[in-house]
Design a protein around this ligand. Structure first.
Ligand code: ADP
Ligand code: ZN
Ligand code: ZN
Length: 742
């Protein structure tokens, strides 16, 4: 029995980022375990903390140590495995131990289990059918929807009725009062997977898919860790490969984590897994309540489920015997956590898998330059699916030079060719997707007389024009009415500049008045489920044209889409981001992949001001390999990742002088520290690309080094220096290794 426990205190502040030692009192000797949340005296108060180590040696003056006051009853007893993962994250990405722990153990407090309400049909089928036809005649659509579903399934969960069927509780109450249904209550774990339509599974892998499965199976059989990069065009059957592998994993009594970018995590995707593996599957997403998340983790620990599907946080599912981690769309930038610690899901997944002798499969049609580079070097094993299932041909892709359009007098955002094709598809009753690269870049308001751009007073970004005539800051939410005259020169020639999604919608409606148009962007998807609703409406062919940001590039399969227009391909090229070309290539390739998923052949039109840029050109040819060669030689030349490594040190403060002073000091001590070190470079301090957010001033220092370990060494040094020096107390210092956002 150990005598002392090292406890990390549950307060997120740099200065408290160390462990405190406590005596383990006799009565708790058997209760204390690594990872447990405990109550401890701390100064005059009692607070909670995590036990991260137990030991027999007192590190401090024994007589001054205090005893642990008790165990926090409702806390999850996290595995030491996850604690060691947290410590690895802290070491590799910076931040406090607490921040790392909170990343790994997102839910601490146990929630009460919910009572599930089940609606059960109590009238006989004949009578129900009669009532249904009455409802339908009278156009009581909600009542009809509910009754139809009940006739089919006999019973349904209430939440499904209200959320998925969109039937109000008033209607449900009415059904109870009329004696149509009774409501049973069931105490259970929350299960976010709907049981509405589990269909079963019968599908045989084709030869290419089977070959990939066999290759990866070699590691699974032998229980050895390996990372595979599955490069497969969209529609080549990657998801089926994942499921087949998971099947093998489950038969071995192991568990699987499937990571999907939040935006691609659709009901359809989940149903595919559910149809095959039933209630062995659970889902996580940002819309789950803390209670639902807690329950999913409990179910994982208890062995109720074997497969967790979700965005990056699902990586920390506490499975005891993890066999595989799949990262679909592995190139997606959402796999980088953008709060502290700024970890990359791919790297953490590989670390966790290594510890578990588990396999990692990274899937993508357009692998990240990082992963392809590692595959080239032999660190990952490359496996490929080069054909679409059923040999559906890839769509034909054409680049339109917008500068030429202007020369022939076309000032519309739609080129003549695109207009012609839209007309053609409308006539053929086929569907069209119009894709605009980025929401934030479009829609800013400027004065044509003096050039003034209207900016947010709290952030160094321009305000964007929204419906209802207001201007809004996307970083802090600051909103003002659209000014009538320029605030700087009082000219009335003030207007929105480039077209945003709303503007395009208006223009398209004007140009094609008979077309039914849907728009999907940040504004139209703010409400829960609205994302799904728009996509399913389009999928049900309730609209002819879908206009949107990158959101529309992922997710659903739309077999009737035969034309995809990319309205301005270059918006993401002209950012300060060294990954600009890579992101453009990925977006264009994926947008193109949306066309011609059904029987009809598809057309893709890419409009651009830079038709000769290699990212645009090679994306139109779907030529990944050549793009990779060009891009990697650029990275090599510039010593950008993945050839070298980069660390961004951000110093921010509400006080501009403090942010300047602190960043200067860091730069100075760094220059002192790297004397004699090779293959290392320090740039800055300079203003961050957004130099002010929420009245906080931001300075950055870039460190480039060939070896990652050198960067960790410097990070540790800065952290220590910041702890020991008073001037740093008014600044916040954050680290970003190999940044993903520009
Ligand atoms: P990806 O994940 O690479 O985009 P999917 O796994 O979604 O590809 O497959 C694309 C479509 O082809 C899906 O509708 C899927 O059900 C179907 N499919 C995949 N593999 C097969 C197969 N072996 N036989 C028949 N249909 C398949
Ligand atoms: Zn002006
Ligand atoms: Zn702002």
């Amino acid at each position: 029995m150990s005598k002392f426990a090292n406890v990390i205190v549950d307060i997120s502040h740099e200065k408290l980022d160390k462990t405190f030692q406590y005596i383990i009192p006799k009565e708790l000797e058997n209760a204390i375990e690594i990872g447990m949340q405990v109550k401890i005296p701390f100064g005059p108060r009692f607070i909670t903390g995590y036990v991260i180590e137990t030991t027999d040696e007192a590190e401090y003056d024994f007589t001054k140590l205090k005893p642990i006051a008790g165990v926090v009853q409702d806390a999850i007893g996290i595995e030491s495995q996850l604690i060691s993962l947290a410590s690895w994250i802290k070491r590799n990405y910076g931040g406090t131990f607490n921040q790392a722990l909170k990343t790994v153990i997102p839910v601490k407090q146990k929630q009460n289990h919910i009572i599930k309400k089940i609606l059960v049909l109590t009238i006989d089928k004949q009578y129900a059918l009669e009532q249904l036809s009455i409802f339908e005649k009278k156009h009581y659509t909600a009542k009809a929807r509910l009754l139809k579903e009940l006739i089919e399934h006999q019973q349904i969960e209430q939440t499904i009725v209200t959320r998925k069927l969109n039937v109000s509780t008033t209607v449900i109450k009415g059904f109870v009062e009329n004696g149509f249904i009774r409501i049973d209550e069931l105490t259970t774990y929350r299960n976010p997977v709907s049981k509405l339509k589990a269909k079963g599974y019968n599908l045989v892998l084709n030869e290419d898919q089977q070959k990939v499965v066999d290759t990866i199976q070699q590691s699974i059989i032998k229980d050895i860790h390996k990372t595979y990069l599955l490069k497969g065009v969209t529609g080549s059957g990657k998801t089926e490969v994942y499921m087949e592998l998971i099947d093998h994993i489950i038969k071995k009594g192991k568990q699987a984590i499937v990571l999907i970018p939040e935006i691609a995590l659709t009901y359809q995707t989940v149903m595919r897994f559910y149809n095959r593996f039933n209630d062995k599957v659970s889902v996580m997403n940002s819309k789950l309540s803390p209670g639902e998340r807690y329950d999913q983790f409990e179910r994982a620990k208890n062995g109720d489920i074997s497969i967790m599907i979700g965005p990056r946080s699902a990586l920390f599912t506490p499975f005891n015997n993890l066999g595989i981690i799949i990262i679909d769309e592995e190139h997606e930038s959402s796999y980088k956590n953008e709060t502290i610690p700024k970890y990359h899901t791919r790297e953490v997944a590989i670390y966790r898998a290594k510890k578990n002798n588990a396999v990692v499969v990274l899937g993508s049609a357009t692998p990240s330059i990082e992963s392809y580079y590692k595959a080239q070097k032999g660190e990952f094993k490359l496996v490929e699916l080069n054909k679409r299932v059923a040999e559906k041909p890839l769509p034909t892709c054409e680049i339109i030079d917008l500068r030429q359009e202007l020369k022939v007098g076309n000032r519309s955002i739609l080129s003549y060719k695109l207009q012609y094709l839209i007309e053609d598809r409308l006539r053929k009753k086929q569907q069209i997707m119009l894709f605009i690269n980025r929401r934030g870049l479009a829609g800013f308001v400027s004065c044509r007389s003096c050039g003034e751009v209207i900016k947010c007073p709290h952030c160094d970004v321009s305000l964007s024009q929204h419906g209802n005539g207001k201007l809004m800051c996307h970083y802090c939410g600051y909103t003002i009415p659209m000014p009538r005259v320029c605030p700087s020169c009082s000219s009335k020639y003030i207007a929105g500049f480039r077209a945003g999604t709303q503007k395009i919608e208006e223009m398209v409606k004007k140009r094609f008045p008979s077309a039914r148009v849907l728009r999907m962007d940040f504004d139209t998807t703010r409400r829960k489920d609205s994302y799904e609703k728009i996509l399913s409406a389009f999928s049900n062919q309730e609209a002819d044209i879908l206009i949107g940001t990158q959101m529309i590039v992922k997710g659903h399969d739309f077999p009737n889409v035969t034309l995809v227009g990319v309205l301005a391909a270059d918006l993401s090229l002209n950012s300060s981001d060294f990954r600009g070309a890579e992101k453009t290539f990925q977006l264009l390739t994926q947008a193109a992949g949306r066309a011609g998923r059904g029987e009809e052949l598809g057309n893709v039109i890419i409009q651009t001001y830079e038709p000769d840029h290699y990212a645009v050109k090679l994306a139109s040819q779907q030529n990944y390999e050549e793009f990779y060669e060009k891009e990697i030689s650029y990275r090599n030349l510039m010593r950008y990742p993945p050839i070298w490594n980069m660390l961004v040190v951000m110093c921010s403060s509400k006080n501009e002088k403090v942010s300047e002073k602190v960043s200067e000091s860091i730069s100075n001590i760094l220059h002192g520290k790297i004397v004699g070190m090779e293959n290392i470079q320090i740039i800055g301090p300079t203003d961050a690309s957004i130099s002010k957010i929420n009245d906080t001033y931001r300075k950055v220092i870039y460190i480039r080094a060939k070896y990652y370990d050198n960067l960790i060494f410097l990070k540790d040094y800065i952290e220590k220096y910041a702890r020991d020096n008073k001037e740093f107390s008014r600044a916040i210092i954050q680290f970003d290794f190999n940044p993903v956002s520009g």
